[in-house]
Design a protein around this ligand. Structure first.
Ligand SMILES: NC(=O)c1ccc[n+]([C@@H]2O[C@H](COP(=O)([O-])OP(=O)(O)OC[C@H]3O[C@@H](n4cnc5c(N)ncnc54)[C@H](OP(=O)(O)O)[C@@H]3O)[C@@H](O)[C@H]2O)c1
Length: 273
C-alpha cells in the first residue's frame, strides 16, 4: 500500500487527489486547517468502501506558520516509515502583504518555506520509497531573476505578481536541491492546463474574486478532471526534475545561475528559519 501525503488535501484539487487515492486503496494523509472539510471528504468515499476511513489520516495545521509545518513534519516522521508521494497543494491567495503572528510574510511561508521544510524534513521517508515522487503545485516557468535575495519576505514593494513569481521560481530551485540530495526522486512542478473551479481560498480584492467566480464557472475545469495528469505522474514517476502544464510536459526553465541560486536559497532559509 502506498502512502500519499497531500497538503491542502481538504479542498479543490488536493481533495480530488485524496478521494482518488483513497478509492484506489492507498493510505492518504491529508493536511489542512479544516477537520470539517476532511470529514465531509471522507463521507464521499467511505460509502462503498468501509476500509477507506482506516487508511485516511488528517493533520490539522496552518502551513503559513513555520511552527505548524515543523510539527506536521515531526508527526509524519514519527508515524510513517515511508512516503511514496508528497503532493504540495495548500493554497491561500493573498493580494496584499500579510505578516503572521510569527512575524513572517504569510505567502512566502505558505507557498515556499513550508514546502521547503516538508521536502527537506521528509527526505529520509522519501528515500525509503522505491519510486518516490513530489508533485509541487507551483506553476512552472518563472523568470530566473524572480527572487529578491535581499528582501525575500518583500518588506518593500510587495505585489501579488512579484510574490507569486518569486515562490514559483523558489519551488523550481527546490527541485534542484531535492534531486541532488536524492537522484531517485521524481520532482515535478505542475500547473493546470486552464483555470480550475476550486475553492480559490484566499483574501483577494473584489475584482479578483469576481473574475475567479465568473471565469471559474464559465471556463473552469472540475478539480477531479484537472488532476488526472497528476494521477498518471504519481503512478509512473520518472526520477529527476520535470515540469507540466496539465498533461503537457514542458521544457524546464534553465537560468544562467540555477545551482548558485538554489544553494543561496538554502543558505537564506537555513539562516532565517
Ligand atoms: N485553481 C486553479 O485554477 C489553479 C491555478 C494555478 C495553480 N493552482 C495551484 O493548485 C494548487 C491547488 O489549488 P486549488 O485551487 O485546488 O486550491 P483550493 O481549492 O483553494 O484549496 C486550497 C487548499 O489549501 C488549504 N489551505 C489553505 N490555507 C491553508 C493554510 N494556511 N494551511 C494549510 N492548508 C491551507 C485548504 O484547506 P483548509 O480550508 O482546510 O485549510 C484547501 O485544502 C495550489 O497550489 C494552487 O496555487 C490552482
Amino acid at each position: 500500500m502506498r502512502t500519499i501525503v497531500i497538503t491542502g488535501g481538504t479542498d479543490g484539487m488536493g481533495a480530488a487527489l485524496a478521494r482518488h487515492f483513497l478509492r484506489t486503496g492507498d493510505r492518504v494523509v491529508v493536511i489542512g486547517r479544516s477537520r470539517a472539510k476532511f470529514d465531509a471528504l471522507l463521507t464521499t468515499v467511505t460509502g462503498n468502501d468501509k476500509s477507506a476511513a482506516s487508511r485516511a489520516d488528517f493533520v490539522a495545521a496552518d502551513l503559513s506558520l513555520v511552527a505548524d509545518s515543523r510539527r506536521v513534519v515531526e508527526h509524519l516522521q514519527a508515524n510513517h516509515a515511508r512516503i511514496d508521494a508528497l503532493v504540495l497543494a495548500a493554497s491561500f491567495i493573498r493580494q496584499r502583504r500579510h505578516a503572521t503572528v510569527e512575524g513572517h510574510e504569510a505567502s512566502w511561508v505558505l507557498f515556499f518555506i513550508s514546502k521547503y521544510l516538508f521536502v527537506t524534513g521528509l527526505a529520509a521517508l522519501l528515500h525509503a520509497a522505491e519510486r518516490p515522487v513530489i508533485v509541487n503545485m507551483a506553476v512552472p516557468g518563472a523568470r530566473d531573476d524572480a527572487i529578491d535575495f535581499d528582501d525575500l519576505e518583500m518588506r518593500e514593494g510587495f505585489t501579488f505578481a512579484r510574490s507569486n513569481a518569486q515562490q514559483r521560481r523558489a519551488n523550481e530551485l527546490l527541485g534542484i536541491l531535492a534531486t541532488n540530495e536524492n537522484p531517485d526522486l521524481a520532482y515535478v512542478t505542475w500547473g493546470p492546463a486552464r483555470l480550475v473551479r476550486s475553492s480559490f481560498a484566499g483574501e483577494a480584492g473584489k475584482v479578483m474574486k469576481a473574475a475567479a467566480a465568473v471565469l471559474g464557472t464559465l471556463l473552469g475545469q472540475r478539480p477531479d478532471a484537472a488532476v488526472s495528469p497528476i494521477i498518471g505522474i504519481i503512478g509512473t514517476p520518472a526520477s529527476g526534475r520535470a515540469a507540466y502544464r496539465g498533461a503537457k510536459k514542458l521544457t524546464l526553465t534553465v537560468g544562467n545561475h540555477d545551482d548558485e541560486d538554489a544553494a543561496r536559497l538554502a543558505t537564506a532559509v537555513g539562516d532565517s528559519f
